[in-house]
Design a binder for this molecule. Structure first.
Ligand SMILES: Cc1cc2nc3c(=O)[nH]c(=O)nc-3n(C[C@H](O)[C@H](O)[C@H](O)COP(=O)(O)O)c2cc1C
Length: 352
């Protein structure tokens, strides 16, 4: 996620059990032009494997060339973004904009798949707008994928077409481009894709999974192979541990506990014992320091960069008479100030 999943945050997500992490999306044209702020986004480390580097763009040639550059960074996956709805991306025919030009989307996918040895995955949405949520004959408008007898959902046909291009996994955000981030994610259509007998690649469901209970429900009800969690992790990387504890009745399946330097929550037999407020605040402090390091040891920049996380963190939600403290926290510009405010929050609102 742009401005969110930098190495500092990915490391925390990994520590708390994320099975895979993704870089921020990386613009193909900027990569080809060797723009320093863009190539920096290719920074990955062995500790975070498996890691995917995500790219976006609107031209097959630029995407192919970008994929070749990305491969040199040795990610485990190269992910193509066909889901970004924002105007500066989709409006220019990249990201979700390609939902309106499926032939080009498939051309880009084939160009990337054929250019690299690294597995290529893709992420997309249910369609461009609500019209794509109604089954119809030949929803992609491509004769090759025409199903003369049956009406089909756009996303079901699209998933097949992308699979035929050679992607190894598909992630689907259960909203259309028109919806942006509004309304609720519709997981029934993600389930339709998963239940299509012609689909043999893993399907990753995405959208509004915020709790361990919802994660379990999505696996059980829609049969997806994996769940991708986005916004709910802001300021809460421990969510992965809580979800896994809830999912598989064991703690931290893929985490080497000896690696964990901070206290973490425990879950046994499906019982989740959450981190205390002071433990969570310790994680947030660590994130602030890691962000500063990522921003070239620029204290102010690193704090501003990590503010999104503490602004959204569930740790600071629902506290009585918190408004002034929140404003002070979001205005603080030095580590000393931020940490002092965080400590005062634990003293005043924490209970262990
Ligand atoms: C600030 C922000 C940045 C995002 N950046 C990306 C991105 O770079 N690549 C991507 O595939 N999705 C991106 N997304 C979308 C999320 O990955 C995810 O699909 C969406 O938020 C729905 O999942 P959620 O409800 O779990 O957040 C972004 C979302 C947000 C809010």
């Amino acid at each position: 996620m742009e401005d969110v999943t930098d190495p500092a945050f990915r490391a925390l997500c990994k520590r708390y059990g994320a099975d895979r992490v993704y870089t921020e999306f990386v613009n193909a044209d900027a990569l080809v032009r060797d723009i320093a702020s863009t190539t920096r986004k290719l920074t990955i480390s062995d500790a975070e494997r498996p890691v995917a580097i995500q790219i976006y763009g609107r031209e097959p040639e630029a995407m192919r060339d970008a994929a070749i550059i990305v491969e040199q960074a040795r990610p485990d996956f190269i992910d193509i973004n066909f889901g970004c709805p924002v105007k500066k991306v989709a409006g220019k025919g990249a990201g979700a904009g390609l939902l309106k030009d499926v032939p080009k989307m498939l051309e880009i996918t084939r160009a990337v798949v054929n250019a690299v040895h690294t597995p290529v995955t893709a992420k997309t949405r249910l369609g461009w707008d609500e019209k794509d949520l109604i089954p119809r004959v030949n929803p992609l408008g491509i004769s090759e994928y025409r199903n003369i007898d049956n009406s089909e959902y756009f996303i079901v046909s699209l998933a097949e077409a992308l699979q035929d291009c050679g992607i190894t996994e598909l992630a689907i955000h259960g909203r259309t481009r028109s919806q942006m981030y509004r309304g609720e994610a519709d997981w029934t259509l993600i389930g339709e894709v998963k239940n299509n007998p012609r689909i043999h690649i893993p399907i990753i469901g995405n959208g509004d999974v915020c709790t361990p209970e919802r994660a379990r429900e999505c696996f059980d009800r829609y049969g997806v192979d994996a769940i991708m969690v986005g916004r709910a992790t802001f300021g809460a990387p421990w969510l992965f541990a809580e979800m896994k504890a809830g999912l598989d009745n064991s703690i931290y399946r893929s985490v080497d506990i000896s690696e964990i330097s901070l206290p973490c929550g425990e879950g046994r037999g499906g019982v989740i014992i959450p981190l205390s407020m002071s433990e969570k605040v310790a994680v947030l402090k660590e994130h602030v320091l890691a962000s500063i390091a990522w921003c070239g040891n620029d204290e102010r920049k690193g704090i501003i960069h990590s503010r999104r996380h503490f602004a959204a963190s569930p740790v600071f939600k629902g506290l009585d008479n918190f408004k002034q403290t929140r404003i002070a926290l979001l205005r603080a510009e030095t580590v000393e100030e931020v940490f002092a405010i965080m400590d005062s929050i634990v003293a005043q609102w924490g209970n262990g």
